[in-house]
Design a protein around this ligand. Structure first.
Ligand code: BDR
Ligand code: CA
Length: 310
């Protein structure tokens, strides 16, 4: 029997998604059984094309890529092309991948893979939660077959990145996040504020990206636009949200501090739409569903990134 942990990644690549995918594809304790793709950072046609390109660069054309939802469940939301480039991977003129995506919809693939790997599947969500919410509507028993869900999303004390209080993935499809957070009794949450606490010095990243080999060269090119934007907008550290979430997923022993609390998503049209309201004092008597990452071993995180870049 294959001892590796089956890993399904729902993602919207995206520059930081790309690094997270390379980390997962390089990890020999996990078997990536599929990528389900959602619109988010950029439109679905780009996020699907990028997922295929990333697999190709990693030499993993065996990993099936399933296109999913091309918009949020209810309310249209703006993308993040200003961070990731119009094509989502830095607009460096990448050729299309040599293979095509699967015909099956991502939401159906999530359900099917949850049956195939029932009780063992690690599900990591790196984008808006639209596909997973849709899968839950199609099959509400889905959580019973997922061994562990790790979500990149939220801003647990209200320091958002897309609005003053909301983080991009949750804001993009707040209704989907509400559905997912309410359906799983337990999930791991790597939020934007944890990301900010675990940035990479730009000079270190430049050095890692100078490693020989096609993976580092690819990632140096596709991340250049984002890294320069980040340097101008955010200072001397680069914040790579999806890489931190993936590290938490792949190496849970790197978690140095976490807090279990109830988390709710603010819906509606107010200025707080998409905020993640954490009941830090447990005032409402709701169950602690989210295990919120507070501190991760920075050197273990950086080692995983370096390994992924070869
Ligand atoms: C999240 O939003 C996206 O732009 C990134 O890919 C990451 O998943 C960070 O807020
Ligand atoms: Ca993402």
């Amino acid at each position: 029997m294959d001892e590796r942990i089956p890993l399904l990644i729902d993602t919207d690549p995206g520059v930081d998604d790309a690094l997270a995918l390379l980390m997962a594809l390089a990890d020999d304790r996990h078997e990536v059984v599929g990528l389900t793709i959602v619109a988010g950072n950029v439109g679905l046609e780009h996020t699907v094309a990028n997922a295929l390109r990333i697999c190709q660069v990693a030499g993993r054309d065996d990993v099936p890529v399933f296109p999913g939802c091309d918009r949020p469940l209810l309310h249209p939301a703006p993308d993040a092309a200003y961070v990731h480039g119009v094509d989502g991977l830095g607009d460096v003129g990448l050729p299309p991948a040599t293979r095509a995506a699967e015909a099956r919809h991502a939401a159906e693939a999530i359900i099917e893979l949850s049956h195939r790997h029932a009780g063992r599947l690690l599900l990591v969500a790196l984008g808006p939660l639209t596909n997973i919410a849709l899968a839950l509507r199609l099959d509400p028993t889905l959580p019973t077959r997922i061994a562990r869900l790790v979500v990149m999303g939220g801003a647990v004390t209200g320091h958002g990145n897309i609005t003053p209080s909301a983080e991009f993935n949750v804001f993009f499809d707040a209704e989907a996040a509400h559905i997912v957070f309410g359906a799983f009794d337990r999930f791991d949450l790597a939020d934007w504020e944890a990301t900010v606490a675990h940035g990479f010095l730009h000079e270190d990243v430049d050095r890692w990206l100078a490693a020989p080999g096609p993976v580092a060269a690819f990632y140096e090119a596709v991340s250049r636009h984002t890294r320069r934007w980040s340097e101008d907008a955010r200072g001397d550290r680069w914040f790579c949200a999806d890489a931190l979430a993936m590290a938490m997923a792949l190496r849970p022993d790197g978690v140095l501090e976490a807090a279990e609390r109830p988390v709710e998503v603010v819906l509606g049209r107010s200025a707080a739409r998409g905020a993640t309201l954490v009941d830090w004092q447990r005032q409402l008597g709701r169950p602690d569903r989210a295990r919120i990452l507070l501190r991760y071993d920075q050197s273990a995180l950086e080692a995983q990134v370096r390994e992924a870049l070869g």
